[in-house]
Structure formats: C-alpha cells, structure tokens
Design a protein around this ligand. Structure first.
Ligand code: ARG
Ligand code: ZN
Length: 414
C-alpha cells in the first residue's frame, strides 16, 4: 500500500507543468551578495536552479513554486538582494513552446534545425553511416537505463592514422535541448562540408568522436507532453527511494561528491548517485575516454544555458591546474571565432570559480583520463532552457565556427 501511495504521488509530480511557478532572477551586486547567492539552497528540493551565479553581477535564476515564494522573498530581503520576477506562470511559457512541437513532428523527419526525437536522431546517424561508409563509423556503446541504444559517431578520413581525437558529447541533462542539436549539427557539417577534407580543413588530421545524446531517457522524458520539460537527471532508480534519477554530471569517479552535490535521491538537480558511475550512461562515456585515452586531446561536453566555456577544475575554485593558461587561451580563441561569426562571446573561466561541483565529466577527462584540453560548453544566452527552435538556424552555424577553431588548435599542437 505504501508503494502504491508513493507511485501515486510521483505520478502527480511527473505531470507537473510548472503552472503558477515563477521564474525569479536574483541580482548580486556586492561580494556579500555574491556569497549569499552562491550559498542559496532549498532543503526541500522544490525550487529548481535554472542557472547558478558565478558571482558579482551574475544572476541566479530559479524556478519557484507558489508555496516557496515567501521563502525566496524573505531570503532576498534578509540578504539585501535585488529580486526580479522574470516570468510569472512559467508553465504557460513551456506549454507555448511544447504545443507547437508535436503536431508538426508527426509528419516531420529529422532536420538539423529542429529539436529531434531520439528515434529521429538514430535514423539520422544511421543514414550518415550508410551514405558515407568510408568516413562515418558507428560504435555501439551499450544501452541506457531504459534500454535505448547508445552509439558513438566516429568521423575520420583516415581511421588508422592514429590522429588526435576530439571527443564531443551532449545532452547529459535532459532539458538542455540545444546541446544535442549542436552535436547533430556538428555531425552534419563534418560530413557534408567538402572543405572539411582538404588540407587545413577540420577533418584533415583529426578524428571527431561525437556522442550526441548521453541521457536519452531524460531527454525523451522532457519531450513527452505528460511529463516534465524541466527534467535534468537520468531516469534510473536506486535502492528503496521512490524518486528517479541521478545527475549525470555529478556521477563521475574523480573527486566524486566532494562539492556541489546532493546525497538525496529526491533532489531534482544534483543527486550524485549512490556511488561513482552508478549510471550506465556515465559508464559508457568513461569507457570512450579510457579506451581512447592515449589519442584523445580534447573533450567538450555540451550543455545549456548561459554562454560559458569552462575548464577544470570543476570540483574546486580554490586553485587551478598548472596548465590553466593553455586551457584558458584555447577557450578564448574559440570564443573569438564564434564572435567573428556574429555570435556572442563565451564567459571563459574555470568551472570551479563559476561554482564548484564535483563528479563532472570535464574533471574526469582531465584528471583521470589525462585528456589535456577539457571543457564544458554552456550554449546560448536568453530564453533559459526553452531556447526557441526558430533560432537554431542562427546560432548553430556560429558555434560551428568555434569547433573549427578547436580543430585547428588541436591539429597545430599535436
Ligand atoms: N552546468 C554544469 C553542471 O552543473 C556545469 C558543470 C561544470 N563542470 C564542473 N565540473 N563543475 O553540470
Ligand atoms: Zn547541463
């Protein structure tokens, strides 16, 4: 009976559409504010952190249920923080965005400038492998918790040449739809753009390994109209808890759980899991890194939102790796390339100086797999997680220029 009751409760939770939730933005403007903003936490886990603040003049964006509005207002008053109610009834915004999708999607197949379903993505990469057999290889990595196939897309003009490898993954967080869209656009451009192959092009002398959707279960969960557009975690279950999911980007086995995590399986954002690599999805990414550690020179994990390009360490902001200048330098030239293409510049800093959070894939690549350049790239600014599909056409080509710069840099150094 207890379990039936729990099942019922989580059912309600799953159907939440954020009706009457308010998107609130807290503006720090002094060092004291900065401290209170980074320390903000909601023990009940009901308030969802949309974007952390990296300090003075960088906002904290949170999604607040009606019952928690007083708590947040009190917190802002006590700490002298400016509070902006950005969006009342956030549920309506999400509904507006998602209502447009399904009707069109029934007829549509894959398009690089759409938010595609997991199935359509699979069809797309299969099509690529069939059409360009000498260039594109699919490697089966295993299955997600709910049994979805995970396939690594390897793009190389000379797979036996022992080229340096650039590994890009995306979509470890379900709601961050722009990230897989970017990964697929990258596959698209690398396979159709003839200039990529000629001497000096993006494919000349580097191999690209792309895993476009690390968390397909969470992603599909955010697409279903009956569930939760703002879901971040995986969809696994552990132990006796009635709650679902682990934060895939807190689950890696390097300095696991030392900072910025929750130990509560019901925490909607940052539950680190019962142990490192408890999730099949993070195990598969780890295996790609470890199996190719010698040749892997760059790792980029795609997320949204906020237009950040951050490098290790992520678990601490107290110090930087001794090679930080090289990491910083490459990130700045990537940001410049995106800016030259008409895009916004990235905020470049170490992940831990933004906000410390342990168990991320970027730290694991850098600290455990020995990948010399490792980044988390937070795509897009504005519109939070509901980045409009119509704008993909504008921003994805801009970001692609950044990837060309990454390719050129790796080629030049290795
Ligand atoms: N938004 C990302 C997350 O919270 C940032 C991760 C940066 N890397 C890190 N190791 N903290 O997962
Ligand atoms: Zn993310």
């Amino acid at each position: 009976l207890v379990f039936v009751a729990f099942g019922f409760i989580s059912q309600i939770d799953c159907n939440s559409h954020y009706d009457n939730y308010t998107l609130i933005r807290l503006h720090p403007s002094t060092v004291d504010h900065q401290k209170s903003v980074t320390e903000f936490s909601d023990p009940s886990g009901e308030i969802e952190i949309m974007k952390e603040s990296r300090g003075v003049n960088d906002t904290l964006d949170i999604l607040v249920p009606p019952g928690k509005m007083k708590f947040v207002h009190d917190y802002a008053n006590t700490n002298g923080l400016k509070l902006e109610e950005k969006q009342p009834n956030y549920g309506r915004t999400l509904q507006d965005v998602s209502e447009r999708l399904p009707r069109r999607r029934i007829l549509d197949r894959f398009s690089v400038f759409h938010y595609n379903s997991y199935d359509n993505m699979q069809e797309f990469i299969e099509g690529k492998a069939q059409r360009y057999p000498a260039l594109v290889q699919l490697q089966e990595l295993g299955k997600s918790y709910q049994g979805r196939k995970m396939r690594l897309v390897k793009i190389s003009t000379r797979p036996n040449a022992k080229n340096p490898i650039i590994f890009v993954d995306a979509g470890v967080h379900g709601r961050e739809w722009v990230a897989p869209a970017m990964a697929l656009y990258l596959i698209h451009r690398l396979t159709v753009d003839p200039t990529a192959f000629v001497k000096g092009g993006e494919l000349d002398g580097v191999d690209w390994y792309i895993l476009p959707l690390v968390n397909p279960d969470g992603y599909e969960y955010t697409r279903s109209s009956r569930s939760n557009r703002m879901w971040r975690k995986t969809r696994s279950k552990h132990g006796a808890s009635h709650c679902y999911g682990v934060d895939g980007n807190r689950n890696y086995g390097f300095k696991w759980a030392v900072s910025g995590v929750s130990n509560d399986p019901c925490h909607k954002e940052t539950y680190a899991g019962p142990k490192p690599f408890s999730e099949p999805e993070t195990q598969m990414v780890r295996n790609v890194m470890m199996d190719n550690a010698k040749r892997m020179k760059l790792y980029v994990s795609l997320h949204s939102y906020g237009q950040y390009l951050v490098y290790p360490w992520g678990y601490t902001g107290d110090f930087l790796p001794k090679q930080w200048k090289k990491l910083d330098d490459m990130a700045r030239s990537v940001s410049n390339a995106v800016e030259r293409a008409g895009g916004r510049p990235f905020k470049v800093l170490s992940a831990g100086k933004w906000y410390p959070a342990a168990g991320g894939s970027d730290d694991y690549a850098f600290g455990a797999a020995g990948v010399p350049y490792s980044y988390t790239m937070e795509l897009t600014e504005g519109h939070e997680f509901a980045f409009p599909e119509e704008l993909l056409e504008t921003v994805l080509p801009q970001f692609y220029e950044g990837f060309k710069e990454f390719g050129a840099r790796i080629k030049a150094e290795f």
